[in-house]
Design a protein around this ligand. Structure first.
Ligand SMILES: Nc1ncnc2c1ncn2[C@@H]1O[C@H](COP(=O)(O)OP(=O)(O)O)[C@@H](O)[C@H]1O
Ligand SMILES: [Mg+2]
Length: 281
């Protein structure tokens, strides 16, 4: 990696649009820059377009050239280079309950071309980094929800990506498991200096762990900044002794549309996640 590259932004998204069909546009003119080394949160209620945007960045959805770059590589014209640079934990379950933790991670090591001689060590290191060294040789079907999520984190880490992309890493987990997942993400990031792009609809997590956040609603970024900067701005506008949270900032920029969309969606998503979890467990 040369000097020029290390200064480069991790992700640049310019005017990204994505429509699944003629009736709806999931991402509608998205502009976004993730700086190298930061933890960047893409926040928004269910249906905001977070997963669609993430899948464009990971090369899983086709986009016109020039809209999305990862460390300077265009996701459309330089797809394999982009794939080598990133680790991805999808929103939906990606671990196989019929394999052990170690076998699951080894599978990803093979798929991502980790050199054969290094594989066993790298798999063990990834499992260690997420606190699964002890449980590594148990079937994933015996893992708790939080352990499954940490296993998926190990899968994404085994290729030593420069950019780790996590889509709702803590959805459907209890508060203790959520903290466990975040503690591991932050420790790995501190040790490796990797860039983290994470989506979540839990505003409190974003407030606590993200350097900068983008608030996304109906396919677009409505506000962007540090959690502190965004809440301070709203406090200044409200005056008095208001102590707004990120959620209040969101309500302020998204208006009333947020309530209807957020709640129903959240329950649907949690149910879906639990169904998937019980299939594994
Ligand atoms: N495979 C799909 N086919 C059709 N519409 C989709 C598909 N995936 C997502 N959508 C729609 O695109 C919009 C954005 O969804 P998504 O990107 O999953 O949002 P989020 O991740 O923020 O919850 C929603 O209106 C959703 O219904
Ligand atoms: Mg999503």
């Amino acid at each position: 990696m040369n000097e020029e590259h290390s200064q480069e932004d991790a992700v640049t998204v310019t005017g990204l649009r994505y429509a699944f069909d003629r009736t709806g546009t999931a991402v509608d003119g998205l502009d976004l820059t993730v700086r190298s080394g930061e933890v960047f949160g893409l926040l928004g209620p269910n249906g905001a377009g977070k997963t669609t945007a993430i899948r464009c960045v990971t090369t899983l959805l086709p986009v016109p050239a020039g809209m999305v770059r990862v460390f300077g590589h265009d996701v459309t014209t330089d797809r394999m280079a982009v794939r080598r640079l990133l680790g991805y934990v999808p929103q939906q379950l990606s671990a196989d309950g019929g394999l052990t933790g170690r076998e699951n991670v080894a599978l990803f090591a093979r798929v991502f071309d980790v050199p054969r001689r290094e594989r066993a060590d790298r798999v063990a290191q990834a499992l260690q980094a997420v606190g699964l060294a002890e449980a590594a040789d148990r079937m994933a079907s015996t893992y708790s929800g939080g352990m499954v999520r940490r296993l998926e984190l190990a899968q994404a880490l085994v290729s030593a990506p420069r950019l780790l992309i996590l889509d709702e890493p803590t959805i459907g987990l209890d508060p203790i498991a959520r903290t466990g997942v975040w503690d591991h993400i932050m420790a790995i990031r501190a040790a490796s200096g990797m860039t983290v792009l994470v989506t979540t609809h839990y505003m409190d997590e974003a407030d606590q762990y993200c350097d900068r956040v983008a608030l996304m609603h109906q396919g677009r970024v409505r506000a962007l900044g540090t959690p502190r900067g965004l809440t301070d701005d709203l406090r200044a506008r409200l005056g008095g002794d208001a102590t707004p949270t990120l959620e209040d900032v969101f309500r302020d920029v998204a208006g009333s549309g947020l309530d209807d969309q957020g709640k129903g969606g959240e329950f649907r998503d949690v149910r879906r996640t639990r169904r998937t979890a019980s299939r594994v467990g």
